[in-house]
Write a protein that binds this ligand. Structure first.
Ligand SMILES: Cc1cc2nc3c(=O)[nH]c(=O)nc-3n(C[C@H](O)[C@H](O)[C@H](O)COP(=O)(O)O)c2cc1C
Length: 752
């Protein structure tokens, strides 16, 4: 590998006469060479520049130009510059006069002294998207003497939305295109190119060969090179500028003034570039995240990031931003090179912020929410007004505690745990706490009721184990459905069932995604038998991969629709997800992202997706496929999909279905398989069918109806039945992190 750059330069000729010019042309291929001689016009301009106070007539100008030559033949004045890459021979003024005229209009935004000073500076640019724009702007302004350009890439057609170039240059190295353009603008500038880009072997020469850089402009994509370049810049005490063409983000790191500065303002720690070597993109994201400042991206950029590798190949860059970035970076460079600025930091030159539009109301209209949970007093009042028939209190305190322990181990959608448990004499009441569960997805509280059913099954298992027969009734007070169930206990001979008790506590939602393992026949038979003995509930087991894939498409589309829906989105990000351990420990409910089995890249996508505005863009462009991937992958890696149906719709039938689901979950756990609900479709469908699609835009309604008939097409045996729950069964090891439960003291109330 080349360790140093290559000087790109045209050839300079100092001909003595026109015949020498002619000779040169003859020597070269005379039909191809293009000769351009505008020396006379350049001379006249020089004269004008030197006499700004005078209005010179054309004759006088010509005369003064002649005098300026003082007898020298025009052909032998100045320089003939030959550009071998396009076979042009161009006659220009001598270097000092050329510079004088070319920079004349910089005055006095740049004084001649400053121009002189900056013309000695050495600038390095790594990465030629924004980099090209900076390079060309600086070249036009003539704010360097030597430029080192590094990029290993060649020009693609898809670069031409933001890079200056032409279709004639496709496939050529970007550094070469840029160098040629600069030298065609000003043949006296010195340009060195690093066609392999920057790597460990050439980075020192890039910084130091031919004199230390005065400034580094870092615009490359490679994370390791970004870090390495900063380490080197700090070691050589070279300032670094980076413009990121989104929201006009400008980073300035003055290692020349403060060699002790942390890299990138401390956003990435003092990361060793060696550690980045061989890291997967997934792992690199951890470092990239703080570097880009995810939340600070523009909303359209966030939306685009979500679509990368779905509907678009890479993140977008616009010519307007790149051009602006070129200007901003060039201006900042000049200030740094002329010691007119000393600051380090991160800055935004964001037009949306600087020229704000009136705020457009987003479509997210969170529904009226229950703003606080019921107080103990309110719960007790609720229970007392129900005037339920008392039952004999036969449970001792230890058994009560054990039964409650089992009850609250029950699963709930989004781990909302939407309950209070009240011992009122011999009655145990299960009270629905809407504060926790109310959400767009939990249409008519159906998911909550299913969770209550699962809780009843847990109570039943535990009480039977302890020697009690459980009696229960759903919705004992028809005028207040917040009392979901009332339980009472009767003595019976104990039926210790260690296995079921073990399953009850071992049960978990396992979101791991591994390889598909066929379900054993014995498990299928167990599930069939369960289905038989729990009529009218029914379990439909699908193990055919093709059918599973068809259902996966529907189930994952529902997940996507929920996330794109303003209220669904609001719920997911404001109520359901817990991104930090602190949040998890404080609330002890909701979905801990650590239990979602997501890669770093997926968590990143989720964080990006938390921006409602970004999601509105995703919706507007008809995107969102990214949100389907995980579920599709999970289902493809499963041995089977289970669908629980009931003969008809009622709140109570969801409760009963919950008992059945929990029995299945325990059986699957005992058989050594893992279980994950995939339920959005069922509850969104219920909203469409039983709630007249309330809250759905028309296109959602249409889509839900379509998906309903597609689903029934794959599973005709569910036709006419209520779909209440869907889950996948796989063969994964248990997750290390379990979903927490709120402390039972917070949900248990005893009415004395
Ligand atoms: C009605 C209901 C719907 C659920 N839907 C989903 C789902 O769509 N996706 C998922 O991963 N987990 C789902 N879950 C699982 C819950 O998130 C999980 O039970 C809760 O976080 C507690 O964790 P655990 O089951 O490991 O105890 C659902 C659970 C219930 C009861």
């Amino acid at each position: 590998m080349a360790e140093s750059g290559i000087l790109v330069a045209p050839k300079f000729y100092y001909f003595k006469s026109l015949s020498e010019v002619e000779e040169f042309i003859q020597l070269h291929d005379k039909d191809e060479i293009v000769v351009l001689d505008t020396l006379h016009i350049q001379l006249q301009e020089l004269i004008k520049c030197r006499h700004p106070e005078r209005r010179l007539s054309q004759e006088l100008l010509s005369e003064m130009a002649e005098q300026h030559l003082s007898g020298t033949h025009p052909a032998s004045y100045g320089v003939w510059v030959y550009y071998p890459w396009n076979k042009h021979l161009v006659h220009v003024l001598p270097e000092s006069e050329f510079i004088e005229v070319r920079t004349n209009r910089n005055q006095y935004k740049i004084t001649p002294e400053e121009q002189q000073e900056i013309g000695q500076k050495k600038v390095g640019i790594i990465g030629l998207s924004v980099g090209q724009s900076v390079a060309l702007t600086m070249a036009m302004e003539r704010s360097f003497g030597e430029l080192r350009l590094a990029d290993f890439d060649t020009l693609d057609l898809s670069n031409l939305n933001r890079l200056r170039g032409s279709v004639m240059q496709l496939g050529l190295p970007k550094v070469e295109i840029c160098a040629h353009e600069i030298l065609e603008l000003d043949p006296f500038l010195k340009v060195i190119v690093y066609t392999e880009g920057i790597h460990e072997q050439n980075i020192d020469s890039f910084f130091t060969l031919g004199g230390k850089l005065d400034l580094l402009i870092e615009e490359c994509d490679g994370l390791d090179i970004k870090i390495l370049a900063r380490h080197k810049a700090r070691a050589y005490e070279v300032p670094v500028l980076m413009e990121t063409s989104d929201r006009g983000l400008l980073d300035i790191e003055r290692f020349d003034l403060h060699p002790e500065l942390p890299l990138l303002h401390g956003l990435i720690g003092d990361l060793d570039p060696q550690k980045l070597k061989g890291l997967s993109m997934e792992d690199k994201i951890e470092f990239l995240l703080p570097m880009v400042g995810l939340n600070a991206l523009s909303e359209r950029m966030k939306a685009s990031m979500i679509e990368v590798q779905n509907s678009i190949c890479s993140w977008p860059q616009l010519a307007s931003s790149v051009t602006m970035g070129g200007g901003v970076a060039a201006e900042m460079s000049r200030k740094i090179l002329l010691n007119q600025s000393t600051v380090s930091g991160r800055y935004y030159i964001d037009l949306d912020e600087l020229v704000p539009e009136p705020i457009i109301q987003t479509t997210a209209q969170p529904m009226v929410e229950v703003t606080s949970p019921m107080s103990r007093v309110q719960v007790i009042e609720l229970v007392q007004t129900a005037k339920l028939i008392p039952s004999k209190d036969i449970l001792n305190e230890v058994h009560k505690a054990q039964i409650i322990e089992a009850a609250i181990a029950a699963p709930s959608g989004g781990n909302t745990q939407p309950w209070h448990l009240v011992f009122d004499g011999g009655n145990l009441l299960l009270i629905h706490e809407l504060y926790y569960s109310q959400s767009f997805l939990d249409f008519n509280n159906l998911g909550s009721y299913l969770a209550f059913g699962a809780m009843i099954e847990n109570i039943s298992v535990a009480s039977s184990h302890l020697g009690y027969h459980l009696k229960y009734r759903y919705f004992p007070n028809p005028s207040d459905p917040r009392i979901v169930a009332v339980c009472s206990f009767e003595p019976k001979s104990a039926e210790p069932n260690e296995l079921l008790m073990k399953a009850l506590y071992k049960r978990m939602t396992n979101r791991r995604i591994g390889n598909r393992v066929e379900l054993e026949e014995s498990l299928k038979r167990t599930l069939e038998a369960l289905s038989e003995s729990n009529k009218p509930a029914r379990l439909h087991l699908v193990t055919d991969p093709k059918k599973m894939a068809e259902l996966a498409e529907i189930l994952s589309t529902a997940e996507m629709l929920l996330l794109l829906h303003p209220q669904g989105h609001h719920d997911i990000f404001n109520k359901e997800l817990r991104f930090s351990e602190k949040e998890v420990l404080e609330t002890r409910d909701g979905l801990d992202v650590a239990t979602l089995n997501m890669s770093k890249a997926e968590i990143l996508a989720l964080k990006i997706a938390s921006s409602r505005k970004a999601i509105e863009w995703v919706e507007r462009i008809g995107g969102g496929e990214a949100f389907k991937k995980n579920t599709k992958k999970a289902i493809a890696a499963s041995g089977g999909l289970g669908i629980v149906s009931m003969p008809f719709y009622s709140e109570e039938s969801y409760c009963s279905a919950g008992e059945f689901v929990q029995k299945i979950w325990h059986a699957v756990t005992l058989a050594g398989y893992s279980f994950q609900p995939v339920t959005q479709f069922t509850y969104l469908l219920a909203r469409e069918i039983h709630g007249n699609g309330e809250g759905y835009p028309e296109k959602y309604r249409k889509k839900m109806r379509e998906m309903d008939s597609q689903f029934r097409g794959v599973l005709p045996e569910t036709m006419g039945r209520e779909l209440v729950f869907v889950f996948r069964i796989a063969k994964e090891t248990d997750m290390e992190i379990r979903a927490l439960r709120r402390f039972k003291e917070h949900m248990l109330i005893s009415v004395s």
